[in-house]
Every structure is written in C-alpha cells, then in structure tokens.
Ligand binder design. Structure first.
Ligand code: G3I
Length: 447
C-alpha cells in the first residue's frame, strides 16, 4: 500500500553554512550530492601530519577511528575508561562538519587483557557494561555504531565464530544491540563483518539469517556494515550488489565500512561505488585509510592516494562514478513478510522548497515508512518533514534522519550527508513504528 501526499512547498530560511566544496570536486561533496557519505578510517596519531589532515579535511565527510574506540583502547582496565584518543578524532571530525561512525563496541579481537581472560556471566556483564559506558560517552556524537564486529566464522559453516563472547550464550549479539539502543537511541546500530560480500557464501547467508531473525523479533538493528576488504584471496564479486540489495530488503541500511582493494584497480573501485549508488539504502562508503602507507595492508597499495598524497587512478574512477551516479532509484525496500509496495509517485518539482511522499509497508502490529524528500526547482541545503502519526503508532527506530518525538506530531530533519539535495533530485530516509500507519500526510519545508 503506497500512500502519497504532496508536502507543503515552503520558502525555507537561508541556512548559514560554511562554504562546502563545490559539488563534484571531492569525494565527500560528490557523495553528498547523491545522499551518501564518503569516509575514511583515521589514526589519531596522524592528525599531527599536515599532509594527512589536508587530504582528510578536503575529501571526506565521515570518519571512523581506526583503533581508538576499540575495547582495549577505551577500557584498558576493567571499569577504567579512557576516551582521550578517541575524543581527539571525534572533535577533529565534528568541528569540521564530518560525521563519525563508532567502531566497535563488542568484538572478539583487540579486547583488553582483563576481558580476554573472562568467561560466562561475568564476561557477559562486563561486555554489556562496556557497550553501555562507551555508547553513553559518545551519545549524540556518532551517527552509527559497529555494535558487534566479526561474529561469524569464515568458511562453509555459516555459523557463529567461536569466541569468549559467543560462549556466554548465543544471545550475546542481540543483548549488545539492546544495550546500545538503550545507551544511544539516536545512533544507527550496525552489525559489521568481512568476507560477507559474495551472496552465495555461507558466511553471508549466516549473517543474513541473523539480521532477518532480528528484524522479525524487533531486535534493534538498523544497518549492516560490509568491510569490503578485497584482495587476491577474497576478490570483489559481481554479485556484491545482490548482497547489498538483499540485506536492504530486510529493512536495514547497508554501509561499506572498510573498503580497500589490493592493487587499487580503478575499475573495481568504480564497481563498488556503482553498487552502493544502485541500492537506495546504501548510506555510503568508508575506505580503510587515506594513503597506501596508512593502510594495514600497505604492501598491497590498496587505497586512493599514493604515499606522497597524490591521487591515484582509482580516486579519479571513484569521483567520476559518484558524479555520474544516480540518486536512489530503487523503490523503498520491503520487509520480506509483506508484498512489495509501489514506489512513491513523486509530484513534479515545485517552484522551490520541497515535497515529501511516503510509502508504507504495514504488517500486523507495525510498519516501515520510507519517506522521499524531493527538492523543488531550487537545491536544498537542509529540510524538515512533519508527520502526524495516528494514535497508537510509536516510532521504534529510524535511519538517515534526525527526529523529535516518537508519537503524535513528529518532526524529522536531515542528517549531515543528505541535507543537500539538487533541484528536482530526492533523498530517502525512513522509520519503523509499532501500531498502524493509517494515512500519513507528510509536509516538507526547506531549512
Ligand atoms: O598502539 C600500539 C603501539 O603502542 C605498539 O608499539 C605497536 C607495536 O606493537 O602496536 C600498536 O598497536 C597496533 C594498532 O593497530 C595501532 O597501530 C596493533 O599492534 C595492531 O595490531 C593494530 O592493527 C589494527 C588491526 O585492526 C588490529 O586487528 C589495524 O591498525 C587496523 O587497521 C585493523 O582494523 C581492522 C578493523 O578494526 C576490523 N576489520 C578488520 C580491520 C583490519 O584488520
């Protein structure tokens, strides 16, 4: 059932904004034109390297701390938390208008020594306390968390990886997600893994089945991270787009979280970008480092910049793909239990301002609403959408938008990477709610 309602066209207040890079000239600006972000992993000790920060500040609008938010860095002694290194990265990023992905709250690797030797209920409690404390510290500062990292085994089993965390009980992952939601309801909660790019692989299917189960049981998960470390042993595969779109159809966002490609083939980088742009709920791409010398796999020269900071052919291919890409074209994704919805019929661009249309997938007891914001004849630098929810409907999670209110009249505003919408272009976001949607009539105003 697709509900459409033209929103009000309103002349928004001009926004005072620092002059963004000209559209199409940097990775972040070009991605933002398509309602996406383009990010990089950042090593805190390199923020004193001006060549490093010149590229970082110019090219990227999303940052992931490469090591500084991990369990051993943030809780080196049990109950003693240390955030200085991570805060430095977060402050650098956010003071320059970049968003931040948190990485990672619960992982079998890079645990502090005191945690590695724990087991059972004591370890479960310690892990949940870690998740709660760290997510609380960064509350409001990160747009997404890799809540759990690499919990599935490599190979043909499709089973969970054996780890001290897995041995506390199979429900450790959902417990971590619930704790993260309670600590930071505004962050998108992601499961992140590698070698989950090939749709036919057992590990990919194992993660898919877990995410489907979580969505059906209402476990708070909003996105899946695909690390996308491609090399000769684990090459890029042409069904990667099938993987991304299949996960998105479960009602989660997908994010390419740690991209690097052995040899940095321009064609392969182009393919990855085109795969993301082809999937409406692919929020963006993060490369795992800036220059080849910054890479954990430096000898494979897998990144977009040479050691001297010059752009490689892969950079040019990525920028061209971002600029030639299309804005989300897929119809809104559907949870697997409902018949597909029709894509919203977007009214023609008006004289200015914006319009909002909504497509609802209703099931017994809940629904997902996908909202499309379309700019009028003038580009948008930000938008606000108001949606009056019927009695009994309560928002349980949302993606690619900030919200105020979970019931009644709700107000939604753009996040960092989807406020800029070209004239006549659109960006999409959505939310999940308990209850019945009824007939939603969103109104849109330019900010
Ligand atoms: O900070 C210490 C330093 O004090 C010490 O002198 C030095 C030598 O032992 O080690 C330094 O710590 C290193 C750390 O990176 C910071 O540079 C660790 O040894 C080293 O193991 C660690 O490697 C990181 C790796 O994760 C650990 O698993 C890489 O930088 C980082 O890029 C990599 O990132 C992971 C993602 O988090 C998850 N997905 C896979 C990805 C690649 O492994």
């Amino acid at each position: 059932m697709a509900l459409t309602a033209a929103g009000a066209l309103a002349a928004g207040m001009a926004l005072f904004m620092t002059a963004p890079a000209a559209a199409g000239t940097t990775l972040g600006a070009s991605a933002a034109e398509k309602g996406r972000y383009f990010g990089t992993a950042v090593a805190g000790f390199k923020l004193s390297d001006s060549a490093y920060t010149t590229i970082l500040n110019r090219e990227f609008n999303m940052v992931t701390a490469e090591n500084e938010m991990k369990m051993n860095a943030t809780e080196p002694q049990q109950g003693q938390f240390s955030y200085g290194a991570a805060d430095q990265i977060v402050n650098h990023a956010r003071s320059r208008g970049m968003s931040v992905r948190g990485h990672t709250l619960a992982w079998h690797s890079q645990q502090p020594g005191w945690m590695e030797s724990m087991s059972g209920s004591a370890l479960r409690s310690a892990m949940l306390n870690h998740v709660t404390q760290v997510a609380t510290h960064f509350r409001g500062q990160v747009v997404a968390w890799d809540v759990v990292n690499e919990a599935f085994a490599d190979g043909s089993s499709g089973a969970r990886r054996d780890s001290n965390l897995q041995r506390t009980g199979n429900d450790w992952i959902e417990a971590a997600f619930r704790a993260a939601r309670a600590a930071d309801p505004g962050a998108k909660l992601c499961y992140n893994d590698y070698n989950t790019d090939n749709w036919t692989h057992a590990k990919t299917q194992g993660v898919y089945n877990m995410v489907r189960d979580f969505k059906q049981r209402g476990v708070p998960i909003d996105c899946v991270g695909f690390q996308a470390h491609f090399n000769n042993d684990s090459p890029y595969v042409s069904n990667f787009r099938t993987t991304l779109s299949s996960f998105a159809a479960l009602g989660v966002d997908v994010q390419i979280t740690e991209l690097d490609i052995q040899g940095a083939s321009a064609n392969t980088y182009r393919s990855v970008v085109e795969d993301c742009l082809a999937v409406a709920r692919c929020n963006g791409i993060t490369v795992w480092g800036i220059r080849d010398s910054d890479s954990w796999r430096a000898s494979q020269t897998p990144l977009l910049f040479n050691n001297n900071g010059s752009k490689k052919p892969a950079y040019d291919a990525v920028l061209a793909a971002l600029n030639n890409g299309t804005t989300p074209t897929d119809p809104p994704t559907d949870p697997p239990t409902d018949p597909p919805t029709d894509p919203p019929t977007t009214p023609p661009p008006g004289p200015g301002g914006c319009t909002a249309t909504v497509s609802v997938n209703q099931w017994t007891g809940g629904f997902v609403a996908n909202v499309r914001v379309t700019a009028g004849s003038s580009a948008l630098n930000g938008w606000t959408v108001t949606i009056a929810l019927p009695s009994g409907a309560t928002v349980t999670n949302a993606w690619s938008a900030n919200r105020s209110g979970n019931t009644g009249t709700t107000n939604w505003t753009n996040v960092a990477y989807n406020g800029q919408v070209g004239a006549g272009q659109f960006t999409e976001w959505g939310f999940q709610a308990n209850g019945t949607a009824g007939s939603l009539t969103p109104t849109c105003s330019a900010r």
